[in-house]
Design a protein. Structure first.
Lengths: 317, 254
Protein backbone atom coordinates (compact mmCIF):
# COMPACT_ATOMS: atom_id res chain seq x y z
CA UNK A 1 0.00 0.00 0.00
CA UNK A 2 1.47 3.33 -0.97
CA UNK A 3 0.81 5.08 2.32
CA UNK A 4 1.43 8.54 1.00
CA UNK A 5 -0.83 8.62 -2.02
CA UNK A 6 -4.21 8.99 -0.37
CA UNK A 7 -7.08 11.31 -1.36
CA UNK A 8 -6.46 13.21 1.86
CA UNK A 9 -2.81 13.89 1.12
CA UNK A 10 -3.61 14.76 -2.48
CA UNK A 11 -6.15 17.39 -1.41
CA UNK A 12 -3.87 18.77 1.29
CA UNK A 13 -0.95 18.99 -1.11
CA UNK A 14 -3.14 20.64 -3.75
CA UNK A 15 -4.27 23.30 -1.27
CA UNK A 16 -0.71 24.03 -0.17
CA UNK A 17 0.53 24.27 -3.77
CA UNK A 18 -2.43 26.47 -4.70
CA UNK A 19 -1.72 28.76 -1.74
CA UNK A 20 1.93 28.95 -2.73
CA UNK A 21 0.93 30.00 -6.27
CA UNK A 22 -1.62 32.65 -5.25
CA UNK A 23 0.76 35.64 -5.69
CA UNK A 24 1.70 34.39 -9.18
CA UNK A 25 -1.96 34.08 -10.11
CA UNK A 26 -2.79 37.49 -8.62
CA UNK A 27 0.05 39.05 -10.63
CA UNK A 28 -1.08 37.35 -13.84
CA UNK A 29 -4.70 38.43 -13.62
CA UNK A 30 -3.77 41.74 -12.03
CA UNK A 31 -6.17 41.13 -9.16
CA UNK A 32 -4.80 42.27 -5.81
CA UNK A 33 -7.95 41.23 -3.98
CA UNK A 34 -7.17 37.53 -4.40
CA UNK A 35 -3.93 38.09 -2.53
CA UNK A 36 -5.65 40.05 0.24
CA UNK A 37 -8.28 37.36 0.68
CA UNK A 38 -5.66 34.61 0.66
CA UNK A 39 -3.57 36.40 3.27
CA UNK A 40 -6.63 36.58 5.48
CA UNK A 41 -7.38 32.88 4.93
CA UNK A 42 -3.83 31.90 5.80
CA UNK A 43 -3.78 33.98 8.99
CA UNK A 44 -7.14 32.69 10.21
CA UNK A 45 -6.09 29.16 9.27
CA UNK A 46 -3.13 29.62 11.62
CA UNK A 47 -5.56 30.62 14.38
CA UNK A 48 -7.71 27.59 13.55
CA UNK A 49 -4.67 25.28 13.64
CA UNK A 50 -3.92 26.53 17.15
CA UNK A 51 -7.53 25.99 18.22
CA UNK A 52 -7.46 22.50 16.73
CA UNK A 53 -4.54 21.62 19.01
CA UNK A 54 -6.68 22.08 22.12
CA UNK A 55 -10.11 21.36 20.63
CA UNK A 56 -9.37 18.51 18.23
CA UNK A 57 -6.49 16.78 19.99
CA UNK A 58 -7.04 17.90 23.56
CA UNK A 59 -10.84 17.88 23.70
CA UNK A 60 -10.85 21.36 25.25
CA UNK A 61 -13.71 23.24 23.61
CA UNK A 62 -12.54 26.82 24.03
CA UNK A 63 -15.23 29.29 23.04
CA UNK A 64 -12.92 32.24 23.56
CA UNK A 65 -10.06 31.56 21.23
CA UNK A 66 -10.43 34.81 19.28
CA UNK A 67 -9.30 36.60 22.44
CA UNK A 68 -5.73 35.64 21.58
CA UNK A 69 -6.09 37.15 18.11
CA UNK A 70 -6.96 40.38 19.90
CA UNK A 71 -4.22 40.13 22.51
CA UNK A 72 -1.54 39.56 19.87
CA UNK A 73 -3.00 42.30 17.67
CA UNK A 74 -3.35 44.86 20.44
CA UNK A 75 0.23 44.34 21.61
CA UNK A 76 1.41 45.18 18.07
CA UNK A 77 -1.05 48.09 17.74
CA UNK A 78 -0.36 49.66 21.14
CA UNK A 79 3.41 49.42 20.71
CA UNK A 80 3.14 50.94 17.22
CA UNK A 81 1.07 53.80 18.60
CA UNK A 82 3.65 54.38 21.33
CA UNK A 83 6.40 54.54 18.70
CA UNK A 84 7.87 51.05 19.09
CA UNK A 85 7.68 49.76 15.53
CA UNK A 86 10.41 47.14 15.57
CA UNK A 87 9.00 43.67 15.15
CA UNK A 88 11.83 42.27 17.22
CA UNK A 89 10.12 43.79 20.26
CA UNK A 90 6.49 43.72 19.08
CA UNK A 91 6.26 40.08 18.10
CA UNK A 92 8.04 38.41 21.03
CA UNK A 93 5.99 40.60 23.36
CA UNK A 94 2.78 39.69 21.52
CA UNK A 95 3.61 36.01 21.99
CA UNK A 96 4.62 36.47 25.63
CA UNK A 97 1.47 38.37 26.58
CA UNK A 98 -0.70 35.82 24.76
CA UNK A 99 1.07 33.00 26.59
CA UNK A 100 0.59 34.71 29.93
CA UNK A 101 -3.08 35.34 29.24
CA UNK A 102 -3.53 31.69 28.23
CA UNK A 103 -1.74 30.59 31.39
CA UNK A 104 -4.12 32.55 33.62
CA UNK A 105 -7.25 31.57 31.67
CA UNK A 106 -6.16 27.94 31.41
CA UNK A 107 -5.22 27.62 35.08
CA UNK A 108 -8.75 28.63 36.02
CA UNK A 109 -10.80 27.12 33.18
CA UNK A 110 -9.13 23.70 33.08
CA UNK A 111 -10.49 22.93 36.52
CA UNK A 112 -13.92 22.71 34.90
CA UNK A 113 -15.35 20.36 32.28
CA UNK A 114 -17.83 20.30 29.46
CA UNK A 115 -20.33 23.13 29.24
CA UNK A 116 -18.70 24.93 32.18
CA UNK A 117 -15.40 25.01 30.34
CA UNK A 118 -17.07 26.40 27.24
CA UNK A 119 -18.85 29.06 29.26
CA UNK A 120 -15.88 30.17 31.33
CA UNK A 121 -13.58 30.48 28.29
CA UNK A 122 -16.33 32.55 26.68
CA UNK A 123 -16.54 34.70 29.81
CA UNK A 124 -12.82 35.42 29.75
CA UNK A 125 -12.88 36.41 26.10
CA UNK A 126 -15.84 38.72 26.76
CA UNK A 127 -13.92 40.23 29.64
CA UNK A 128 -10.92 41.06 27.47
CA UNK A 129 -13.28 42.29 24.75
CA UNK A 130 -14.75 44.86 27.11
CA UNK A 131 -11.33 45.81 28.40
CA UNK A 132 -10.41 46.66 24.80
CA UNK A 133 -13.66 48.63 24.42
CA UNK A 134 -12.57 50.63 27.45
CA UNK A 135 -9.14 51.54 26.06
CA UNK A 136 -9.90 55.17 25.20
CA UNK A 137 -6.32 56.01 24.39
CA UNK A 138 -6.25 53.17 21.86
CA UNK A 139 -9.45 53.87 19.99
CA UNK A 140 -11.90 52.12 22.32
CA UNK A 141 -14.88 50.84 20.30
CA UNK A 142 -13.64 52.31 17.03
CA UNK A 143 -10.35 50.51 17.09
CA UNK A 144 -6.81 51.58 16.46
CA UNK A 145 -5.25 52.29 13.10
CA UNK A 146 -1.70 51.03 12.76
CA UNK A 147 0.20 53.51 10.62
CA UNK A 148 3.39 51.56 10.42
CA UNK A 149 3.73 47.82 10.00
CA UNK A 150 6.23 45.89 12.11
CA UNK A 151 9.81 46.54 11.01
CA UNK A 152 12.46 43.86 10.90
CA UNK A 153 15.62 45.92 10.30
CA UNK A 154 15.38 45.54 6.56
CA UNK A 155 15.23 41.73 6.68
CA UNK A 156 11.70 41.67 5.34
CA UNK A 157 9.37 44.46 4.33
CA UNK A 158 5.86 43.65 5.56
CA UNK A 159 4.40 46.43 3.44
CA UNK A 160 5.28 44.33 0.42
CA UNK A 161 2.11 42.30 0.06
CA UNK A 162 3.74 39.33 -1.58
CA UNK A 163 6.54 39.15 1.00
CA UNK A 164 4.01 39.47 3.79
CA UNK A 165 1.83 36.77 2.28
CA UNK A 166 4.70 34.33 2.07
CA UNK A 167 5.71 35.12 5.63
CA UNK A 168 2.20 34.23 6.78
CA UNK A 169 2.20 31.04 4.71
CA UNK A 170 5.56 29.95 6.12
CA UNK A 171 4.27 30.61 9.65
CA UNK A 172 1.17 28.53 8.94
CA UNK A 173 3.10 25.59 7.54
CA UNK A 174 5.57 25.80 10.42
CA UNK A 175 2.65 25.72 12.85
CA UNK A 176 1.17 22.63 11.16
CA UNK A 177 4.57 20.96 11.30
CA UNK A 178 4.92 21.86 14.98
CA UNK A 179 1.48 20.44 15.78
CA UNK A 180 2.37 17.27 13.86
CA UNK A 181 5.49 16.76 15.98
CA UNK A 182 3.65 17.66 19.18
CA UNK A 183 0.68 15.36 18.81
CA UNK A 184 2.83 12.34 18.06
CA UNK A 185 5.25 12.98 20.92
CA UNK A 186 4.87 11.70 24.47
CA UNK A 187 3.31 15.04 25.29
CA UNK A 188 0.78 14.61 22.51
CA UNK A 189 -0.07 11.08 23.62
CA UNK A 190 -0.73 12.41 27.11
CA UNK A 191 -2.94 15.19 25.71
CA UNK A 192 -4.95 12.83 23.54
CA UNK A 193 -5.22 10.31 26.33
CA UNK A 194 -6.69 13.01 28.55
CA UNK A 195 -9.23 13.84 25.84
CA UNK A 196 -10.18 10.22 25.42
CA UNK A 197 -10.38 9.24 29.10
CA UNK A 198 -9.06 11.63 31.71
CA UNK A 199 -10.10 9.41 34.60
CA UNK A 200 -8.09 6.51 33.29
CA UNK A 201 -5.11 8.77 32.65
CA UNK A 202 -4.99 9.73 36.30
CA UNK A 203 -5.46 6.11 37.33
CA UNK A 204 -2.39 5.04 35.35
CA UNK A 205 -0.36 7.83 36.88
CA UNK A 206 -0.65 10.97 34.76
CA UNK A 207 -1.00 14.39 36.37
CA UNK A 208 -3.13 15.45 33.40
CA UNK A 209 -3.82 19.03 34.50
CA UNK A 210 -0.29 20.28 33.86
CA UNK A 211 -0.11 18.71 30.39
CA UNK A 212 -3.46 20.15 29.38
CA UNK A 213 -2.43 23.55 30.75
CA UNK A 214 0.83 23.60 28.78
CA UNK A 215 -1.11 22.57 25.67
CA UNK A 216 -3.56 25.40 26.28
CA UNK A 217 -0.68 27.88 26.58
CA UNK A 218 0.99 26.64 23.38
CA UNK A 219 -2.30 27.08 21.50
CA UNK A 220 -2.87 30.55 22.94
CA UNK A 221 0.64 31.65 22.00
CA UNK A 222 0.25 30.34 18.47
CA UNK A 223 -3.02 32.23 18.11
CA UNK A 224 -1.32 35.35 19.48
CA UNK A 225 1.09 35.12 16.56
CA UNK A 226 -1.89 34.97 14.21
CA UNK A 227 -3.17 38.12 15.93
CA UNK A 228 0.12 39.96 15.34
CA UNK A 229 -0.05 38.95 11.67
CA UNK A 230 -3.70 39.97 11.38
CA UNK A 231 -3.02 43.43 12.84
CA UNK A 232 -0.26 43.93 10.29
CA UNK A 233 -2.46 42.64 7.50
CA UNK A 234 -5.36 45.00 8.17
CA UNK A 235 -3.22 47.88 9.54
CA UNK A 236 -5.90 48.04 12.17
CA UNK A 237 -7.01 46.42 15.40
CA UNK A 238 -10.35 46.74 17.15
CA UNK A 239 -12.36 44.90 19.81
CA UNK A 240 -14.44 43.33 17.03
CA UNK A 241 -11.55 40.90 16.39
CA UNK A 242 -12.26 39.38 19.79
CA UNK A 243 -16.03 39.24 19.53
CA UNK A 244 -17.47 35.89 20.53
CA UNK A 245 -18.80 35.34 17.03
CA UNK A 246 -15.18 35.36 15.84
CA UNK A 247 -14.41 32.58 18.32
CA UNK A 248 -17.40 30.80 16.83
CA UNK A 249 -15.98 31.23 13.32
CA UNK A 250 -12.75 29.54 14.44
CA UNK A 251 -14.70 26.62 15.89
CA UNK A 252 -16.66 26.31 12.63
CA UNK A 253 -13.40 26.19 10.65
CA UNK A 254 -12.02 23.42 12.85
CA UNK A 255 -15.21 21.35 12.87
CA UNK A 256 -15.86 21.89 9.16
CA UNK A 257 -12.31 20.88 8.23
CA UNK A 258 -12.07 18.02 10.69
CA UNK A 259 -11.25 18.04 14.38
CA UNK A 260 -8.01 16.36 15.28
CA UNK A 261 -6.67 16.25 11.75
CA UNK A 262 -3.49 18.11 10.86
CA UNK A 263 -4.67 19.97 7.77
CA UNK A 264 -8.34 20.02 8.72
CA UNK A 265 -8.31 23.57 10.12
CA UNK A 266 -6.63 24.87 6.95
CA UNK A 267 -9.19 23.08 4.78
CA UNK A 268 -11.97 24.43 6.98
CA UNK A 269 -10.63 28.00 6.85
CA UNK A 270 -10.36 27.87 3.06
CA UNK A 271 -13.84 26.37 2.74
CA UNK A 272 -15.53 28.82 5.11
CA UNK A 273 -13.88 32.01 3.90
CA UNK A 274 -14.14 31.19 0.20
CA UNK A 275 -17.80 30.21 0.61
CA UNK A 276 -18.45 33.36 2.59
CA UNK A 277 -16.81 35.44 -0.12
CA UNK A 278 -18.59 33.70 -2.98
CA UNK A 279 -22.02 33.62 -1.35
CA UNK A 280 -21.92 37.20 -0.07
CA UNK A 281 -21.55 38.19 -3.72
CA UNK A 282 -24.82 36.39 -4.48
CA UNK A 283 -26.90 37.33 -1.48
CA UNK A 284 -26.41 39.30 1.69
CA UNK A 285 -28.12 36.46 3.54
CA UNK A 286 -25.22 34.08 2.85
CA UNK A 287 -25.34 32.75 6.42
CA UNK A 288 -28.65 31.09 5.56
CA UNK A 289 -26.71 28.82 3.23
CA UNK A 290 -23.63 28.27 5.39
CA UNK A 291 -25.69 27.49 8.49
CA UNK A 292 -27.48 24.39 7.16
CA UNK A 293 -24.28 23.29 5.43
CA UNK A 294 -22.47 23.34 8.75
CA UNK A 295 -25.36 21.44 10.30
CA UNK A 296 -25.06 18.73 7.66
CA UNK A 297 -21.35 18.34 8.35
CA UNK A 298 -21.93 18.04 12.09
CA UNK A 299 -24.75 15.52 11.62
CA UNK A 300 -23.42 13.36 8.82
CA UNK A 301 -19.68 13.91 8.56
CA UNK A 302 -18.32 13.92 12.08
CA UNK A 303 -14.76 13.97 10.81
CA UNK A 304 -15.46 17.08 8.75
CA UNK A 305 -14.14 17.45 5.23
CA UNK A 306 -10.98 15.62 6.27
CA UNK A 307 -13.07 12.70 7.46
CA UNK A 308 -14.75 12.45 4.03
CA UNK A 309 -11.36 12.13 2.37
CA UNK A 310 -10.08 9.16 4.35
CA UNK A 311 -11.58 5.80 5.24
CA UNK A 312 -12.67 4.90 8.74
CA UNK A 313 -9.91 4.09 11.16
CA UNK A 314 -7.47 6.27 9.27
CA UNK A 315 -4.54 7.20 11.42
CA UNK A 316 -5.34 10.45 13.17
CA UNK A 317 -2.71 13.10 12.78
CA UNK B 1 -0.10 -6.71 61.19
CA UNK B 2 3.62 -6.19 60.79
CA UNK B 3 3.94 -7.07 57.15
CA UNK B 4 0.88 -5.39 55.72
CA UNK B 5 1.39 -3.62 52.40
CA UNK B 6 -2.01 -1.94 52.53
CA UNK B 7 -3.64 -0.90 55.78
CA UNK B 8 -7.16 0.48 55.91
CA UNK B 9 -8.12 1.99 59.24
CA UNK B 10 -11.64 2.94 60.22
CA UNK B 11 -12.58 4.08 56.71
CA UNK B 12 -16.04 5.62 56.34
CA UNK B 13 -17.80 7.16 53.38
CA UNK B 14 -21.36 8.47 53.31
CA UNK B 15 -23.37 9.59 50.31
CA UNK B 16 -26.22 11.55 51.82
CA UNK B 17 -28.04 9.07 54.03
CA UNK B 18 -26.34 6.03 52.54
CA UNK B 19 -23.32 4.65 54.32
CA UNK B 20 -21.19 3.13 51.56
CA UNK B 21 -18.22 2.37 53.79
CA UNK B 22 -18.87 1.86 57.46
CA UNK B 23 -15.70 1.98 59.58
CA UNK B 24 -13.84 -0.50 57.41
CA UNK B 25 -10.61 -1.76 58.94
CA UNK B 26 -8.62 -4.17 56.84
CA UNK B 27 -5.02 -5.22 56.27
CA UNK B 28 -3.69 -6.73 53.07
CA UNK B 29 -0.46 -8.62 53.71
CA UNK B 30 2.45 -8.38 51.33
CA UNK B 31 2.20 -11.10 48.71
CA UNK B 32 -1.33 -12.24 49.48
CA UNK B 33 -4.33 -12.31 47.21
CA UNK B 34 -7.10 -10.80 49.23
CA UNK B 35 -10.60 -11.11 47.86
CA UNK B 36 -13.52 -8.90 48.81
CA UNK B 37 -16.95 -10.34 48.27
CA UNK B 38 -20.41 -9.11 49.08
CA UNK B 39 -23.82 -8.66 47.53
CA UNK B 40 -24.52 -5.90 45.04
CA UNK B 41 -24.50 -2.51 46.70
CA UNK B 42 -22.20 -3.64 49.48
CA UNK B 43 -19.79 -0.80 48.72
CA UNK B 44 -17.01 -2.80 47.09
CA UNK B 45 -16.37 -0.45 44.19
CA UNK B 46 -16.64 2.56 46.51
CA UNK B 47 -13.91 1.00 48.62
CA UNK B 48 -11.64 0.54 45.58
CA UNK B 49 -12.34 4.12 44.48
CA UNK B 50 -11.20 5.36 47.88
CA UNK B 51 -8.08 3.21 47.76
CA UNK B 52 -7.17 4.51 44.29
CA UNK B 53 -7.98 8.09 45.23
CA UNK B 54 -11.00 8.88 43.08
CA UNK B 55 -13.26 9.30 46.09
CA UNK B 56 -12.16 10.92 49.36
CA UNK B 57 -13.33 9.17 52.52
CA UNK B 58 -15.15 11.13 55.23
CA UNK B 59 -13.04 9.62 57.97
CA UNK B 60 -10.30 7.06 58.32
CA UNK B 61 -6.87 6.45 57.01
CA UNK B 62 -5.22 4.47 54.21
CA UNK B 63 -1.58 3.44 54.45
CA UNK B 64 0.43 1.95 51.63
CA UNK B 65 3.80 0.45 52.46
CA UNK B 66 3.77 2.33 55.78
CA UNK B 67 3.07 5.79 54.30
CA UNK B 68 -0.23 7.62 54.69
CA UNK B 69 -1.79 7.99 51.23
CA UNK B 70 -5.28 9.10 52.33
CA UNK B 71 -4.89 12.57 50.84
CA UNK B 72 -2.75 11.76 47.80
CA UNK B 73 -4.19 12.33 44.30
CA UNK B 74 -4.81 9.31 42.09
CA UNK B 75 -1.78 9.75 39.88
CA UNK B 76 0.60 9.88 42.84
CA UNK B 77 -0.79 6.62 44.21
CA UNK B 78 -0.18 5.07 40.83
CA UNK B 79 3.39 6.35 41.06
CA UNK B 80 3.82 4.55 44.40
CA UNK B 81 2.85 1.25 42.76
CA UNK B 82 -0.86 1.00 43.41
CA UNK B 83 -2.64 0.08 40.16
CA UNK B 84 -6.32 -0.48 39.55
CA UNK B 85 -8.49 -1.95 36.86
CA UNK B 86 -12.03 -0.79 36.29
CA UNK B 87 -15.25 -2.77 36.63
CA UNK B 88 -16.77 -0.90 33.73
CA UNK B 89 -14.13 -0.98 31.05
CA UNK B 90 -12.29 2.32 30.94
CA UNK B 91 -9.91 2.50 28.01
CA UNK B 92 -8.73 4.84 25.29
CA UNK B 93 -11.12 3.61 22.65
CA UNK B 94 -9.68 5.50 19.68
CA UNK B 95 -6.14 4.22 20.25
CA UNK B 96 -4.73 0.81 19.38
CA UNK B 97 -4.31 -1.76 22.14
CA UNK B 98 -0.56 -1.22 22.05
CA UNK B 99 -1.00 2.58 22.31
CA UNK B 100 -3.17 2.07 25.38
CA UNK B 101 -0.59 0.02 27.18
CA UNK B 102 2.27 2.24 25.98
CA UNK B 103 0.54 5.18 27.65
CA UNK B 104 0.55 3.28 30.91
CA UNK B 105 4.28 2.61 30.46
CA UNK B 106 4.87 6.26 29.59
CA UNK B 107 3.14 7.40 32.79
CA UNK B 108 5.96 5.78 34.75
CA UNK B 109 8.88 6.62 32.49
CA UNK B 110 9.59 10.14 33.71
CA UNK B 111 7.66 13.27 32.82
CA UNK B 112 5.90 13.63 29.49
CA UNK B 113 7.13 17.09 28.54
CA UNK B 114 8.88 15.53 25.57
CA UNK B 115 7.44 17.43 22.69
CA UNK B 116 9.38 16.29 19.67
CA UNK B 117 10.22 12.60 19.31
CA UNK B 118 7.58 10.27 17.93
CA UNK B 119 6.34 8.38 20.99
CA UNK B 120 5.15 5.49 18.80
CA UNK B 121 8.74 4.90 17.75
CA UNK B 122 10.27 4.77 21.22
CA UNK B 123 11.34 1.21 21.99
CA UNK B 124 11.49 1.96 25.70
CA UNK B 125 7.72 2.51 25.61
CA UNK B 126 6.71 -0.01 22.96
CA UNK B 127 8.68 -3.03 24.18
CA UNK B 128 7.38 -3.12 27.77
CA UNK B 129 3.90 -2.43 26.40
CA UNK B 130 4.16 -5.37 24.00
CA UNK B 131 5.41 -7.57 26.84
CA UNK B 132 2.40 -6.65 28.99
CA UNK B 133 0.05 -7.47 26.09
CA UNK B 134 1.76 -10.85 25.57
CA UNK B 135 1.42 -11.54 29.26
CA UNK B 136 -2.37 -11.26 29.19
CA UNK B 137 -2.60 -13.06 25.85
CA UNK B 138 -3.31 -10.06 23.63
CA UNK B 139 -0.02 -9.94 21.78
CA UNK B 140 -1.63 -10.78 18.45
CA UNK B 141 -4.15 -7.93 18.81
CA UNK B 142 -1.62 -5.18 19.53
CA UNK B 143 -2.42 -3.03 16.52
CA UNK B 144 -6.21 -3.27 16.65
CA UNK B 145 -8.11 -0.10 17.59
CA UNK B 146 -9.54 -0.75 21.03
CA UNK B 147 -13.10 0.10 20.02
CA UNK B 148 -12.96 -2.95 17.72
CA UNK B 149 -11.87 -5.42 20.41
CA UNK B 150 -14.32 -7.83 22.05
CA UNK B 151 -15.58 -7.43 25.59
CA UNK B 152 -13.33 -10.20 26.87
CA UNK B 153 -10.34 -8.59 25.19
CA UNK B 154 -11.21 -5.28 26.84
CA UNK B 155 -11.08 -7.02 30.21
CA UNK B 156 -7.66 -8.47 29.37
CA UNK B 157 -6.44 -5.08 28.22
CA UNK B 158 -7.60 -3.54 31.51
CA UNK B 159 -5.21 -5.87 33.31
CA UNK B 160 -2.38 -5.33 30.82
CA UNK B 161 -2.59 -1.59 31.46
CA UNK B 162 -2.49 -2.05 35.20
CA UNK B 163 0.52 -4.37 34.82
CA UNK B 164 2.34 -1.95 32.53
CA UNK B 165 2.57 0.59 35.35
CA UNK B 166 4.82 -1.97 37.09
CA UNK B 167 2.76 -1.96 40.27
CA UNK B 168 3.47 -3.51 43.63
CA UNK B 169 -0.20 -3.99 44.26
CA UNK B 170 -3.16 -4.56 41.96
CA UNK B 171 -6.70 -3.47 42.76
CA UNK B 172 -8.91 -5.53 40.46
CA UNK B 173 -12.56 -4.55 40.27
CA UNK B 174 -14.51 -7.53 38.95
CA UNK B 175 -12.00 -8.47 36.25
CA UNK B 176 -14.18 -11.40 35.14
CA UNK B 177 -17.41 -9.46 34.74
CA UNK B 178 -19.15 -10.52 31.54
CA UNK B 179 -16.52 -13.08 30.58
CA UNK B 180 -17.32 -16.52 29.21
CA UNK B 181 -16.22 -19.60 31.21
CA UNK B 182 -13.20 -20.18 28.98
CA UNK B 183 -11.97 -16.61 29.27
CA UNK B 184 -12.54 -16.69 33.02
CA UNK B 185 -10.50 -19.88 33.36
CA UNK B 186 -7.64 -18.26 31.44
CA UNK B 187 -7.78 -15.22 33.67
CA UNK B 188 -7.70 -17.39 36.81
CA UNK B 189 -4.51 -18.99 35.48
CA UNK B 190 -3.01 -15.55 34.86
CA UNK B 191 -3.97 -14.27 38.30
CA UNK B 192 -2.46 -17.37 39.88
CA UNK B 193 0.83 -16.52 38.16
CA UNK B 194 0.60 -12.85 39.09
CA UNK B 195 -0.01 -13.49 42.76
CA UNK B 196 3.48 -14.90 43.01
CA UNK B 197 4.89 -11.48 42.16
CA UNK B 198 2.27 -9.03 43.35
CA UNK B 199 -0.08 -8.26 46.16
CA UNK B 200 -3.62 -8.32 44.83
CA UNK B 201 -6.92 -7.01 46.13
CA UNK B 202 -9.65 -8.71 44.12
CA UNK B 203 -13.31 -7.85 43.96
CA UNK B 204 -15.18 -10.61 42.19
CA UNK B 205 -18.62 -12.15 41.96
CA UNK B 206 -17.40 -15.42 40.49
CA UNK B 207 -17.22 -17.48 43.70
CA UNK B 208 -15.46 -20.38 42.03
CA UNK B 209 -12.64 -18.05 41.03
CA UNK B 210 -12.53 -16.35 44.42
CA UNK B 211 -12.24 -19.59 46.36
CA UNK B 212 -9.68 -20.95 43.91
CA UNK B 213 -7.42 -17.92 44.18
CA UNK B 214 -7.82 -16.12 47.48
CA UNK B 215 -5.47 -16.46 50.44
CA UNK B 216 -7.90 -14.48 52.51
CA UNK B 217 -11.45 -13.29 51.98
CA UNK B 218 -13.26 -10.31 53.45
CA UNK B 219 -17.04 -10.13 53.29
CA UNK B 220 -18.65 -6.73 52.95
CA UNK B 221 -22.35 -6.16 53.55
CA UNK B 222 -23.91 -2.70 53.52
CA UNK B 223 -20.45 -1.12 53.78
CA UNK B 224 -19.49 -3.16 56.85
CA UNK B 225 -16.96 -5.95 57.22
CA UNK B 226 -18.92 -8.88 58.61
CA UNK B 227 -16.16 -11.46 58.30
CA UNK B 228 -12.55 -11.75 57.26
CA UNK B 229 -10.41 -14.84 57.14
CA UNK B 230 -9.16 -17.87 55.24
CA UNK B 231 -11.48 -19.26 52.53
CA UNK B 232 -12.45 -22.32 54.60
CA UNK B 233 -13.36 -20.15 57.55
CA UNK B 234 -15.51 -17.91 55.35
CA UNK B 235 -17.22 -20.88 53.76
CA UNK B 236 -18.13 -22.16 57.21
CA UNK B 237 -19.16 -18.79 58.68
CA UNK B 238 -22.85 -18.84 59.53
CA UNK B 239 -23.35 -15.09 59.22
CA UNK B 240 -21.77 -15.06 55.78
CA UNK B 241 -23.92 -17.93 54.59
CA UNK B 242 -26.97 -16.11 55.75
CA UNK B 243 -26.02 -12.76 54.28
CA UNK B 244 -24.52 -13.80 51.04
CA UNK B 245 -23.44 -17.29 50.11
CA UNK B 246 -26.77 -18.74 51.19
CA UNK B 247 -28.68 -16.72 48.65
CA UNK B 248 -26.47 -17.98 45.88
CA UNK B 249 -26.71 -21.59 46.97
CA UNK B 250 -30.46 -21.33 47.02
CA UNK B 251 -30.26 -19.99 43.51
CA UNK B 252 -27.90 -22.68 42.24
CA UNK B 253 -29.87 -25.52 43.80
CA UNK B 254 -33.19 -24.22 42.65
Amino acid sequence: MSAWLTPRNAVNAAIVVALALVPVYAWFVGNAFVLTLSTRIVILALAAVSLNLILGYGGMVSFGHAAYLGVGGYVVGILAKEGVTTGFVQWPLALAVSALFALVVGALCLRTRGVYFIMITLAFSQMIYYIAVGLDRYGADDGLTIYKRSEFAGLINLSNKVAFYYLCLVMLLAAIWLVWRLVNSRFGMAIQGARSNDRRMRAIGFPTFRYRLVCFVIAGTMCGLAGALLANHTDFISPAVMHWTRSGDLIVMVVLGGMGSLFGPLVGAVALLVLEEALSGVTEYWQIIIGPLFLLVVLFARGGIDGLLGGAGAHRG
Amino acid sequence: MADALLQIEDLSKRFGGIVASDAITLDVARGELHAIIGPNGAGKTTLIAQLSGEIAPNTGRIRFDGGDITALPTWRRSGLGLARSFQITSLFLDFSALDNVALAVQAHAGHSFRLWRDARKEPELRQPARAALERVGLGHRADVIVANLSHGEHRQLEIAMALATRPRMLLLDEPMAGMGPEESARLVTLLRELKRELTILLIEHDMEAVFALADRITVLVYGRVIASGAPEAIRGNAEVRKAYLGEQQVVTHA
